[in-house]
Design a binder for this molecule. Structure first.
Ligand code: SF4
Length: 197
């Protein structure tokens, strides 16, 4: 019979309680106590596998959420823990990964592209289309102004050093490879990126 992780935790908790009481000589009390064991708190939660977003170690995480996403039961993350089946971390997490729930729930968390207009003292939410167009326009302007085709000895170098690019740790190796190829194709040298699984 296949036993899920949740069933295993539930059965283990009940079994441990029953055998402990039984070992003290209260045979009949074991069953009563086992029946009263609080249900596994994540039993009704939805379990989603993912990868910790912080560093290139790429630890696997299990994200538990409640709610079905409908208007009346908005889906919300309630617990995050290490994935015991992930070969990278085998259920463990460093303090940063272990505190990932605070990252998800943080009121300071950036969820949308924000833009501060020249002269303004505040950021405003903008669309992704606006953000992408703005970034592309500024990159092109800077590249047109500062691209170096040849060095002072006349050797072709095709480099652009006045802009930098940050990739992300929350992407796959394949996406990291594409970032590298696209950015290097422009001649951009300052690039920071992390390889993932
Ligand atoms: S849990 Fe820690 S070590 Fe693992 S990926 Fe996250 S930040 Fe890196």
């Amino acid at each position: 019979m296949a036993v899920s992780r949740r069933q295993f935790m539930k059965v283990s908790a009940a079994g441990l309680a029953a055998s402990s009481v039984g070992a003290l000589g209260f045979g009949g009390a074991g069953d009563a106590l086992a029946a009263g064991v609080r249900p596994y708190k994540l039993e009704r939660a939805t379990e989603t596998r993912n990868t910790c977003p912080y560093c290139s170690v790429s630890c696997g995480v299990l994200i538990y959420s409640m709610g079905d996403g409908s208007k009346n039961a908005k889906s919300s993350v309630i617990h995050i823990e290490g994935d015991p089946d992930n070969p990278v971390n085998r259920g463990t997490l460093c303090p940063r990964g272990a505190a990932a729930l605070d990252f998800v729930k943080s009121p300071q968390r950036l969820k949308y592209p924000m833009h501060r207009k020249p002269g303004s003292d505040k950021f405003e939410r903008v669309t992704w289309d606006f953000a992408m167009d703005r970034i592309a326009t500024l990159m092109k302007e800077d590249r047109d102004k500062n691209f170096i085709a040849k060095n002072r000895d006349g050797v072709t170098v095709n480099r652009w050093t006045s802009t930098g690019f940050f990739g992300t740790s929350a992407q796959t190796n394949e996406a990291g490879y594409l970032v590298y190829k696209v950015i290097r194709a422009t001649g951009l040298l300052p690039l920071e990126n992390q390889a993932r699984i």
